[in-house]
Design a protein around this ligand. Structure first.
Ligand SMILES: *[C@@H]1O[C@H](CO)[C@@H](O)[C@H](O)[C@H]1NC(C)=O
Ligand SMILES: *[C@@H]1O[C@H](CO)[C@@H](O)[C@H](O)[C@H]1NC(C)=O
Ligand SMILES: *[C@@H]1O[C@H](CO)[C@@H](O)[C@H](O)[C@H]1NC(C)=O
Ligand SMILES: *[C@@H]1O[C@H](CO)[C@@H](O)[C@H](O)[C@H]1NC(C)=O
Length: 519
């Protein structure tokens, strides 16, 4: 079944292969000795990022409505590793002043955070706006600005109001109207304060793992159908919010608005095997291109490869119509160019190989449509969650991939950070930030990638979705055994602050005691 489309691909893939080989990951061992001469420009944006559901808590205070994460975890407490939920989280709803003091202590001037949709629209719809919700975010944004910190606000970081989820969430075509209405409310309420917006955070993770699988809420497991419907209407929702801002708000609010996508880095498993190079390219088309191509490419619409593959697979499987919906010409135009910057979240890299079957695939599913195998390089450090390994050169490669495919659109790295199991002496995290930021400097200075900003994920240990509170990404430790949710800086906070203030990376600034150093 897949054989046919594979043959048709290979001419195009050969060109891709020659492009891919332009960027080699340099040998890692001798890259990080001594102090790099590359520096971050004075106007380079350094920030830290969080998301409402992961830190706010106060799930039912101030008239807040429920998001699907509230509802689902109350019904299915076992969904998270530790059976805990976001009811209190880091309690940032009450402790935001401490959060702001922490951000100030790092010396960063930008804070990426999200608005909880049901906190300002408890039913999801714009007929009723919560006064408390409005007051909370206005106070928060004003306090940040008073501390000379620019808020960058995400409208949707996965916490859809439950009443809208009950209507199908992102698979319901009407969601496009409801999201536009929510965006209008947010621009009206806060647009005088907020000059950088992002619409949607990681539609790829949300749709694939939440609608096509069971890893994230709503855990619909509608594999092969749900992830594509979600993708389709989440993209249109983004575009409508962008156009709304552009037409009705930008003229007097003068801000920028974009989307945040995510991508793993990819390495062909066998560097000298053409099929693995093709597989790596097809993986990126299917996972990053699916979202990026309609917005950032010069032609618009879904990537041709994805269109053809899903149409073909659907037909072979007996469907009358493709499982991937079609955009109208008008919708293609609505989406094309609908982002002022490319927000990228990046954490880790996988090895990709050509394979004809993997036992984890279901029929139908995006995984089977894609038809490639993923694995980790077992020699790479794995300091926390199972999905997470450390491979800094993968970061530079994906930045180059974006430049090659989507031109010189400004890139803001809206998330990057390391996952471990906790501890204040987080040498692995110090090293991760040093090495990944060094790869960013190489991408900017050597490869001329247009990266204008970087946000560390995350300000403090938080609710990490299905991991609960087991895995940690914070620059600040949060004591989840204390009702005070006491915050304490980790070594990585000191190190990140040093980078931000000096505008360069000092690999010798914080080093593990000799006995912990690896060769
Ligand atoms: C920094 O650049 C100078 C001048 O090119 C060079 O002499 C020096 O070795 C460099 N230092 C490092 C650590 O790369
Ligand atoms: C939680 O998991 C346990 C063990 O698998 C199971 O017995 C129990 O019914 C689950 N509880 C809920 C609320 O799903
Ligand atoms: C890698 O691919 C090349 C070219 O197909 C092949 O000759 C070689 O055996 C492969 N190496 C491994 C380790 O599979
Ligand atoms: C795994 O990583 C090591 C160290 O970076 C590298 O030498 C090796 O070639 C990698 N293996 C594969 C299959 O990519």
């Amino acid at each position: 079944m897949q054989g046919k489309s594979r043959v048709a691909m290979s001419a195009a893939a050969l060109t891709i292969l020659s492009l891919l080989t332009l960027v080699h990951g340099s040998s890692e061992s001798n890259l990080y000795t001594g102090v790099s001469n590359y520096t971050f420009s004075e106007d380079f944006i350094f920030g830290v990022a969080t998301a409402a559901f992961q830190i706010e808590g106060a799930w039912n205070e101030g008239g807040k409505g429920e998001s699907i994460w509230d509802t689902y975890l109350h019904k299915n407490p076992n969904f998270t590793l530790d059976s805990l939920n976001g009811d209190v989280a880091a309690d940032s709803y009450h402790k935001y002043e401490e959060d702001i003091a922490m951000i100030e202590s790092l010396g960063v001037k930008y804070y990426r955070l999200s608005i909880s949709w049901p906190r300002i629209l408890p039913q999801g719809t714009d007929n009723y706006i919560s006064e408390d919700g409005k007051k909370y975010y206005r106070t928060l944004f004003e306090s940040l600005l008073k501390a000379n910190i620019t808020p960058i606000v995400t409208l949707f970081h996965w916490d859809i109001p439950t009443p809208l989820m009950d209507l199908g969430g992102w698979t319901n075509p009407k969601i496009v109207d409801y999201f536009e209405d929510y965006a209008r409310v947010a621009f009206n309420l806060f647009g005088d304060l907020i000059k950088i917006w992002t619409t949607i955070n990681e539609p790829h993770q949300h749709c694939i793992n939440g609608y096509g699988n069971v890893f994230f809420v709503p855990a619909l497991d509608s594999h092969g159908i749900g992830e594509y419907l979600c993708t389709h209407y989440i993209l249109l929702s983004h575009a409508r919010a962008y156009r709304l801002y552009h037409k009705d708000f930008r003229p007097h609010q003068h801000g920028k608005i974009g989307i945040t996508l995510d991508s793993f880095g990819v390495n062909p498993k066998n560097e000298s095997n053409l099929d693995d190079h093709i597989a790596a390219e097809e993986y990126l088309q299917m996972h990053l291109g699916l979202y990026a191509h309609p917005i950032f490419s010069s032609t618009g619409d879904y990537p041709k490869f994805v269109r053809n593959r899903v149409d073909h697979m659907s037909y072979e499987q007996g469907y009358t119509r493709s499982r991937l919906p079609y955009f109208s010409e008008e919708e293609i135009a609505l989406l094309k160019g609908s982002s002022d910057f490319f927000g990228l979240n990046h954490y880790t890299t996988y090895l990709i190989s050509h394979c004809s079957w993997d036992k984890s695939w279901r029929i139908p599913s995006l995984d089977q449509d894609n038809g490639v195998c993923l694995e980790q390089n077992l020699t790479w450090t794995k300091p926390g969650a199972d999905w997470f390994t450390v491979y800094p050169p993968g970061f530079r490669k994906i930045l180059n991939y974006i430049k090659r495919n989507y031109g010189d659109v400004p890139i803001i790295v809206t998330e990057n950070g390391l996952c471990d199991y906790g501890g204040l002496e987080d040498y692995e995290r110090v090293s991760y930030f040093n090495k990944y930021l060094y790869q960013l400097l190489l991408a900017v200075n050597v490869d001329k990638c247009n990266v204008i900003g970087y946000f560390a994920w995350t300000l403090m240990d938080d609710f990490e979705w299905n991991d609960g509170y087991v895995t940690k990404f914070g620059l600040f430790h949060v004591d989840y055994n204390s009702p005070e949710r006491t915050r304490t800086p980790k070594l990585s906070a000191t190190n990140y602050g040093h980078i931000v203030r000096t505008r360069k990376i000092d690999f010798d600034f914080i080093k593990p005691p000799l006995k912990q150093q690896k060769l």
